[in-house]
Ligand binder design. Structure first.
Ligand code: CA
Ligand code: CA
Ligand code: CA
Ligand code: CA
Length: 486
């Protein structure tokens, strides 16, 4: 398709009879040359590269005009303001680089492991065009914890001819190279659900001739960890049609996934689109993975809201959800029935032990998807689709078996309402001293965090997180072999 504005061309053609057609093309009558009259040179008509409003100068706006009527409308006439507060301290907690020094929320304190949305770019460009927030994780800093880098998301980039506003200044394809555009990259995609195939048809946004398609997907913290620690490499999602026009992406987990497609045209030109697909599972979910998934048996436990200090293993009965009682195949008095409604099968039947849930006919709350024992690249997940509002659940990781010897470095992600709210054990804040396996009785226990969901009208919207530290300490991970209780 050819991106030209026919109504504008008609307007220009008409005006050209009497005067030059202004490259600003706002319809308000900007002049090529500033002649000092009152109606011209509104500040919004200044080119984004124009540092000074030309109403105060003797010079015209710096708007290249190539005389080609089919390509004179590329200038961004109304760029969004950057809203940079140069030279000030960054405002804390907004995930923005308010002072535009390249760092988001620098000098701000936070709670180690917490995750917040962030935008690496001028504040005024947040959520404009292609720009999408990324995530930043709070890093343990001794006396003061601090925010790590803003990763993921989409930040302002070079303008490409793809019908998208890549530099997020408020205008798509504001570049003179973008006279003919075959590409309309998507900027926002509908949310998806875990276990539901997500189909993206590239031919709906690219109309040119094609030699090849190449789709890639980047997942969350455990997928990132598994990229470098699994062999063969394994991810939490599957892809079909990676080298065709239509990608079928089937996620098993909540989170933000970055999708990139590279389209090579028959003339060798490479077109690229990158966008985010947000997969939202309901409720409260804990995900556990480690760098040694293939040679360890590390177990995830979630304790129900209790103050009775009951323990974590068989002696605690149904008060903890873990491999011993919480899978679809579990039966008997220890199955954790915490009085929560069951979920429809669609929430769990696509999981690694889905047939157990199909046999049962529903998904329990809480539930463990799998007991991952020496399984390369398989995390353990505990889901509570409908947790209790303002009640506190405790998360623990137990080092059950170690067939390779040496330490492991588990990673815990907390999702509430489909959003990643915290990650614990991610570099540089890896868990140390997690090296003693010993089953339920003597293996290392990492008590990670207390999670208090916010549930509004049955829907989990957020949660409050209280990371746990060794008794009497204000920081550090609580790894212990002696204490077996709550
Ligand atoms: Ca800020
Ligand atoms: Ca800053
Ligand atoms: Ca732009
Ligand atoms: Ca563009």
């Amino acid at each position: 398709m050819q991106r030209t504005s026919f109504s504008r061309l008609a307007t220009c053609a008409f005006i050209l009879v009497m005067a030059a057609c202004g490259p600003g093309g706002s319809g308000q009558g900007d002049d090529i040359v500033d002649d000092g009259d009152a109606r011209i040179d509104a500040p919004t008509i200044d080119a984004p590269t124009d540092a000074v409003d030309d109403a105060t100068t003797a010079y015209p706006d710096a708007m290249p005009f190539d005389g080609n009527p089919q390509c004179d409308d590329w200038m961004c006439t109304t760029p969004v303001p950057d809203n940079c507060a140069i030279g000030t301290s960054d405002v804390c907690g907004d995930g923005l680089d308010n002072n535009c020094n390249g760092q988001v929320d620098e000098g701000c304190t936070c709670t180690a492991g917490a995750v917040q949305q962030c935008f690496q770019g001028p504040p005024g460009r947040r959520n404009q065009g292609a720009c999408v927030d990324g995530m930043m994780t709070c890093i343990e800093g001794g006396e003061f914890d601090y925010w790590g880098p803003c990763n993921g998301g989409i930040r302002p980039g070079a303008e490409a001819c793809d019908s998208v506003d890549n530099n997020c200044n408020g205008c798509a394809d504001d570049d003179p190279a973008c006279c003919v555009v075959n590409l309309e990259c998507p900027t926002s995609m509908p949310d998806g659900d875990p276990f539901t195939p997500y189909v993206i048809n590239g031919s709906t946004f690219y109309s040119g001739t094609v030699t090849s398609w190449q789709w890639t997907v980047t997942g969350g913290p455990c997928d990132q960890l598994f990229l470098t620690t699994t062999n063969p490499v394994r991810q939490s999602f599957t892809l079909a049609g990676q080298n065709t026009s239509t990608l079928t992406f089937t996620p098993t987990l909540s989170g933000d996934y970055t999708i990139t497609v590279r389209i090579t045209a028959t003339d060798g030109t490479v077109y690229t689109c990158t966008f985010i697909v947000h997969i939202r599972g309901p409720g409260f979910r804990v995900e556990m993975c480690s760098d040694r998934s293939a040679t360890t048996d590390i177990d995830l436990h979630v304790h129900r809201p209790e103050t009775d200090a009951s323990g974590w293993f068989f002696g605690a009965g149904p008060n903890t959800c873990y491999y011993g009682n919480c899978k679809g195949s579990a039966t008997g008095a220890n199955v954790p029935n915490w009085g929560y409604a069951n979920s429809p099968l669609t929430e769990c039947q696509g999981g690694p032990e889905g047939m157990s849930w199909v046999t049962l006919g529903y998904c329990r709350n809480p539930r463990l998807d799998i007991d991952s024992i020496n399984r390369n690249g398989v995390p353990e997940n505990i889901n509570i689709d409908r947790p209790q509002n303002a009640k506190t659940y405790r998360v623990m990781v137990n080092f059950y078996g170690n067939s390779g010897g040496g330490a492991a470095h588990p990673l815990i992600n907390i999702y509430c309402g489909g959003y990643l709210r915290a990650t614990y054990g991610q570099a540089p804040d890896i868990v140390t001293g997690f090296d003693q396996s010993g089953g339920d009785s003597s293996g290392d226990m990492w008590r990670v965090v207390d999670v208090t969901p916010t549930v509004v009208a049955g829907v989990t919207t957020d949660c409050t997180l209280t990371p746990l530290h060794p008794p009497g300490q204000m920081s550090g991970y609580w790894v212990d072999t002696a204490l077996r209780g709550y």
